[in-house]
Design a protein around this ligand. Structure first.
Ligand code: VG1
Ligand code: CO
Length: 543
């Protein structure tokens, strides 16, 4: 019998975070570590048996080995059909799209997203369910429990699998289909956007620079932007995916993609500058002379999306994660749309999208997507912006300026304190939590605290409750200070501090983010004292 049941011993740390299980590569390389986690998924999600499973990853170091193991274990666990991206590659939004399109019972996404890669870097796995969304908190909780009690795993041994040869292969009773990693994804994008208008825009001299950061979006961007839309050669840079992302940090923001800001501010700036992250679900948008913050990008897309073919019928509703700035709320109100505030992590949008209650959602962490799939979708956001530029004939700068003039402007920044000792980070958060009851009603600088609490969420679709989702100090509509612990890091603890300030008056729309937020930063410093308590001089990353 080529399917073997092998004994194993449980690990105690296979608890999923904000987006799947993320650990150092060396942790995943421990004997049976990957096998245990996968078996826990197969044991808990029994609907996979006899069904279709999509498997692919962002191409980082350890991707191929892990894909071989995942496919062999799928064959050992009675999966009828496995669809794998050629070479083991699938971007996160492409994998989600394929789960939906092929009515798969689920998918395994091998990625640690924007975390650095290589032998000393990070690796990760996300389990997505039928419909394409990330497993819910309840499901990942059950998988974690199963992983702590595991005593054996099932794997198809022997047999040969060629990950690079497109077409069908057989492992025992399981059919393995190796498919082009871009085809399905590109077809879906084509159905949403006006490719002819975008092609014309390029013909009339429109220019884009898309930075794939040597991560998974290279082949997707090359196919769609250059081959299908006719963007000039050279419009996609760092297009070849590398196992270590070229030693870079494929987390497109003002620090790790500083060169894109420099380009935007230079005389050679193209009309649109964009980038995506390791697994292709994030996006960064800049225009000539300016950076569009993710919260602004969400709000501006919300204001223009119904001009694009896939959204002509109008938008159902909008949603953002709690720390994301409230610019999109203003658009929702102006258009009479429902607007939801969810905990951090894309999985919390899934029920709202499935129930048809929202069309567009986004996070401050450079994530934007729509109801077309169940993950955030980096290239989708870039295509949406391109299409908006093509139909309006306006520049990014014009769109932003007009938006702020009409809806007001949310100044926004996130400060990350990476790799703090866990006890220090917990101490800082606990300290603020204790102080919250004394803050409500207090005067801080120019503002009065209208609300000071810990965010909890009741899902309006299934009634599930999620608590402990970040501390917030709210100053009415005028400003917010938010503090939470990251759930994606693999070393120590990361504190995220989010500052938001809203202004409407015409003479207050042109400030720099730093000057607009300086008074709030001072209040945060006084109330939370992160530098003092951590011994740091300032945040490790400001985005
Ligand atoms: C971060 C972001 C969150 C995002 C998550 C996954 O989580 O803040 O908005 O959904 O990463 O993004 P945390 O818990 O570290 O703040 V990715 O591109 O990893 O899929
Ligand atoms: Co990502």
């Amino acid at each position: 019998m080529p399917v073997r049941e092998l004994p194993t011993r449980p690990y105690t740390d296979q608890k999923s975070g904000t987006a799947g299980l993320r650990k150092k590569v060396a942790v995943f390389q421990q004997p049976h570590y990957l096998e245990n986690f996968l078996q826990a998924i197969f044991d808990v999600e029994t609907s996979l048996r006899g069904g279709t499973l999509v498997i692919g990853g962002d191409g980082r170091y350890h991707n191929r080995e892990a894909i071989y193991t995942a496919v062999a274990m799928a064959a050992g666990n009675g999966i009828a059909r496995v669809i794998v991206g050629q070479g083991g590659i699938l971007s996160t939004p492409a994998a989600s799209t394929m789960i939906r399109l092929h009515q798969a019972a689920g998918g395994l996404l091998l990625t640690a997203s924007h975390n650095p890669a290589g032998p000393d870097g990070d690796f990760g796995i996300k389990f997505n369910v039928a419909g394409g969304g990330q497993a819910s908190e309840t499901l990942t909780g059950r998988i974690f429990e199963a992983s702590k009690a595991i005593s054996r795993y099932r794997i198809f041994e022997g047999g040969s699998l060629d990950l690079d040869r497109r077409g069908s292969q057989q492992l025992g009773d399981t059919r393995i289909d190796i498919v082009d990693c871009v085809d399905d994804y590109a077809k879906l994008q084509q159905s949403l956007f006006d490719f002819d208008r975008i092609r014309d825009w390029f013909k009339r001299g429109g220019r884009i620079c898309f930075d794939a950061m040597h991560a998974v979006t290279g082949p997707y961007a090359t196919r769609i932007l250059i081959e299908q839309l006719g963007a000039p050669a050279g419009s996609v840079i760092n297009a070849s995916p590398l196992e270590d992302f070229g030693g870079g940090h494929p987390d497109p923001n003002l620090i790790y993609a500083r060169h894109l800001l420099d380009l935007a501010l230079s005389a050679e700036a193209p009309d649109l500058i964009a980038a995506s992250d390791g697994d292709g679900d994030r996006n960064m948008i800049l225009g000539r002379g300016l950076f569009i913050s993710p919260g602004d990008s969400l709000a501006m897309l919300a204001a223009h999306l119904d001009k694009l073919p896939g959204y002509k019928g109008g938008l159902k509703g909008l949603a953002r994660s709690m720390p994301t700035c409230r610019a999109v709320d203003v658009v929702a109100q102006a258009r009479g749309l429902e607007c939801h505030e969810t905990p951090t992590g894309w999985k919390f949008f899934a029920n709202l999208l499935d129930a048809g209650r929202v069309t567009l959602c986004g996070e401050e962490s450079f994530g934007t997507s729509s109801s077309h799939t169940r993950e955030k979708d980096g290239l989708w956001a870039v295509l949406a912006w391109l299409n908006v530029l093509a139909v309006t004939g306006k520049s990014v700068q014009q769109i932003a300026t007009e938006h702020w003039a009409r809806h007001g402007r949310h100044y926004y920044v996130r400060h990350d304190y990476d790799e703090l000792p866990t006890a220090t980070a917990n101490g800082i958060v606990d300290g603020l939590r204790k102080a919250l009851p004394t803050l409500a009603g207090s005067r801080q600088g120019d503002w009065t605290v209208s609300q000071a609490d810990e965010f909890a969420y009741t899902d309006p679709v299934d009634g599930s409750r999620t608590t402990g989702q970040g501390l917030r100090i709210v100053f009415g509509d005028a400003a917010r200070i938010i503090l939470r612990l990251s759930g994606t890091g693999t070393e120590g603890a990361t504190i995220r501090l989010y500052l938001e300030r809203y202004e409407r008056a015409a003479d207050r729309l042109g400030w720099t983010t730093t000057e607009a937020l300086a008074p709030l930063a001072a209040i945060a410093d006084r109330l939370i004292r992160i530098n003092e308590q951590s011994g740091r001089k300032g945040p490790s990353v400001i985005t």
